[in-house]
Design a protein around this ligand. Structure first.
Ligand code: ADP
Ligand code: MG
Length: 253
């Protein structure tokens, strides 16, 4: 479904992503982990067209999408959320989702004139599916942090992706919010048959829901495989300093 071949990105002389290979099969839940600065967000930005690679290729369903503009990649079924929230804080929750539907359908110019009607039913249905129906009329900027991240997920889903890339979907959340959000993501991925690739710092979460895990360190992939294989990997243990998966761990930078 999603394939990355020999992908590299340099900023000046610094190699943030170095010869990364990665493949995610249809319907798979895959995680990319690694210490801060390992290159995870850069890798995601290369896959979604927000950054151009120095070398290498990105393929979606076998089609080379390297160098294609982000909105076109999104239109090909690769949706994403960002590590920092990406909502319109002064619009209502419902308007945020409506705007996302309209943007996806190329009707953005009509948004302000006919906002009351546009995509209202789909938007309300989507809010219900992500547990935000009760907050539809709230101003997005006033939501709790956890609810804002949920709304971000809704915005990403409005583009009806086949593949969803989530960069730290639980960053900054309490333990309770993290648990709820992961359960929500897992349910939505299953219901929609999504292929999911995510980054996450909470190792308990990563090892509980992932079919495949890729470990990055200093821009390179140092391990890849199912959770059991990755947990047993000596290099991964060295980078993470200890026993993975039993509790959340702070990786060594
Ligand atoms: N636009 C940029 N210009 C220069 N350096 C960058 C840029 N974006 C990221 N980097 C550097 O690339 C490295 C990888 O960053 P990032 O991909 O954000 O890592 P991660 O998401 O794994 O924490 C870091 O050292 C970061 O400082
Ligand atoms: Mg990051």
């Amino acid at each position: 479904m999603l394939e990355v071949k020999g992908l590299s990105k340099s900023f000046g002389g610094f190699r943030a992503v170095s010869e990364v290979d990665l493949a995610v099969a249809e319907g798979e839940i895959a995680a990319v982990i690694g210490p801060n600065g390992a290159g995870k967000s850069t890798l995601f930005n290369l896959m979604t067209g927000h950054l151009q690679p120095t070398a290498g290729r990105v393929l979606v369903e076998g089609r080379d999408i390297t160098g294609v503009a982000p909105h076109k990649i999104c239109g090909m079924g690769l949706g994403r959320s960002f590590q920092r929230t990406n909502i319109f804080p002064r619009l209502t929750v419902l308007e945020n989702v409506q705007a996302a539907f309209l943007a996806h359908r190329g009707q953005g110019a009509n948004f302000w004139s006919r906002s009351e009607r546009l995509c209202r039913d789909e938007s309300e249905a989507l809010l219900a599916s992500i547990g935000l129906a009760g907050r539809a009329q709230a101003t997005a900027g006033t939501l709790s942090y956890g609810n804002q991240k949920q709304l971000e997920l809704g915005i990403a889903l409005a583009s009806d992706p086949k593949i969803l890339l989530l960069d730290e979907p639980t960053a900054g959340m309490s333990a309770g919010e993290t648990h709820e959000t992961i359960a929500l993501i897992e349910r939505i991925a299953r219901e929609r048959g999504l292929t999911l690739l995510f980054t996450e710092h909470d190792m308990a979460v990563v090892f509980s829901i992932s079919h495949k895990i890729t470990v990055m360190h200093q821009g390179r992939v140092i391990a890849h495989g199912d959770p059991t294989t990755v947990r047993a990997d000596a290099e991964v243990r060295r980078v993470y300093l200890g026993d993975l998966g039993d509790r959340p761990m702070s990786p060594r930078s």
